[in-house]
Design a protein around this ligand. Sequence first.
Ligand code: HEM
Ligand code: HEM
Length: 230
Amino acid sequence: MYTGVPTVKQTAVYVYQAPVRIWHWVTALSITILAITGYLIGSPLPTLPGEASDHYLMGYIRFFHFAAAYIFIVGFLFRIYWAFVGNSYSRQLFSLPFWRRRFWSELAHELRWYAFLEKEPRKYIGHNPLAHLFMVVIITVGGLVMIVTGLALYSEQSGLGSWQDELFGWVIPFVGQSQDVRMWHHWGMWIIVVFVMLHVYTAIREDIMSRQSLISTMISGWRMFKDDRP
Ligand code: HEM
Ligand code: HEM
């Protein structure tokens, strides 16, 4: 078809179902709040004049941390459920083709592509192998570690016999002592923060460079593959 203006053919595939997309943005928001409030718990603001219970600054910071934490936990449990009932792409976050040689060779290609050493990007309907690996390790495994260590720390406040203590209290003597758990929980934050920075950079970069949609895919669910031929 000749239209007189440059045209591009696009193929669209429905990849991320609504629950996955809603979960993604709710989790992104909760992790942002967790990282900011967590940082302020670890490195508190200067002391304010007057009674602490009057201005309640630290209390509010901790309240927002715990509120975002429970949203993150409920979202995480829901996301596990959705991996069972959702489409095949919703399962990627919980499975890695670790033993498949092709996965690793494609991952090496992806690394070269990000390092500007490859001219042609590979196209994937779901996650590319590099994104896939990091999402599983940092968000699924790392998220679980944050939940377990976070609830163990919480059990020190909810007290002996609370459900947090019954289910996660053992983590503290297992890791060493309370301060060790706090340190791992804190390190976990920095690992997740670095992931998010790389994640946002690569999402924007791929959207521009790889001739397929990314950010709009996490909004509408549809992946558009651009074809050069009209
Ligand atoms: C991505 C998720 C999370 C991030 C980035 C994060 C970050 C942090 C950081 C940096 C601290 C300060 C540690 C320190 O003292 O240096 C902290 C404390 C804490 N976090 Fe989290 N956290 C997350 C998830 C959770 C979850 C799921 C819970 C579960 C309830 C939780 C409960 C706690 C508790 C109880 C403390 C100690 C508060 C206190 O001692 O006043 N966190 N968090
Ligand atoms: C705290 C912030 C964020 C976290 C923890 C996070 C985490 C994740 C995770 C776990 C996935 C996989 C989804 C699944 O398979 O269920 C994902 C996908 C995605 N995220 Fe994020 N995200 C964050 C922020 C953002 C932001 C700000 C953007 C936009 C610039 C973004 C763009 C995307 C895109 C485009 C995908 C799909 C990638 C693909 O199709 O391979 N994310 N993200």
